[in-house]
Ligand binder design. Structure first.
Ligand code: ADP
Length: 198
């Protein structure tokens, strides 16, 4: 029914925000005033596919290219996404999704199935991500070289291009997520300006 593409720096808090977005959407779907079709909210991530952070490791001396293991990993993510997209679910793809061309491919695949789409940019300053990456206790720390390389190669989403639109940004200090705007975009195709601004 819909595809939510997450994008952000390594250790920017993406999975943390995904859990909040998933909980919000599930709560709206379970609410008494919801009269639409029955939908599930599912998350596809590197972790679900058992892709280690090391797939993003770069070969020394090839800093501007993605690693040999990254392309097949991205392929696996894309294949799984195509298999899991359906008219009866909201699929959230929680990965770095940092390459513009890859987000474009995801958008085309979703539109081909007539799904609604939106992109959520989880924003945190590099220093914040660096600190969170170093302090991770879940065994999912990116190595320093890989972390710096991914920050350098990150291609920021833009609301000016159709494949990243509508685009919602969540900053690291935000206590709330734009749950209602995401809900409206996915279920009604409506994008309201944030905070009631016109
Ligand atoms: P990503 O999915 O982008 O790799 P995670 O959501 O897994 O990021 O978070 C990375 C690390 O940062 C985790 O250890 C998490 O506990 C921590 N973290 C995430 N969001 C916050 C926050 N708002 N404040 C403090 N630590 C955070």
């Amino acid at each position: 029914m819909a595809l939510v593409t997450i994008s952000g720096y390594p250790s920017a808090g993406k999975s943390t925000r995904v859990a909040q977005i998933q909980a919000y959407l599930q709560q709206r779907l379970a609410a008494e005033d919801y009269a639409g079709p029955k939908l599930s909210v599912e998350v596809l991530s590197d972790d679900v596919l058992n892709l280690e952070r090391s797939v993003y490791n770069v070969l020394s001396g090839h800093r501007s290219e993605d690693s040999r293991s990254e392309k097949p990993a991205r392929g696996a993510l894309f294949t799984a996404m195509q298999r899991q997209m359906s008219t009866d679910k909201i699929l959230i793809v929680d990965s770095l999704n940092y390459i513009k061309g890859f987000r474009y491919q995801m958008y085309c695949a979703a539109r081909e199935m007539k799904l609604r789409v939106c992109t959520v940019h989880v924003v945190a300053a590099p220093d914040v991500c660096r600190e969170w990456n170093t302090n991770r206790k879940d065994g999912r720390t990116y190595s320093t070289e890989t972390f710096e390389n991914l920050i350098m190669r990150y291609e920021e989403p833009s609301s000016m291009v159709r494949w990243d639109s509508p685009l919602f940004s969540i900053l690291w200090l935000d206590t709330e997520i734009p749950g209602e705007q995401i809900w409206d975009a996915l279920t009604k195709g409506v994008v309201k300006p944030p905070n009631g601004a016109s």
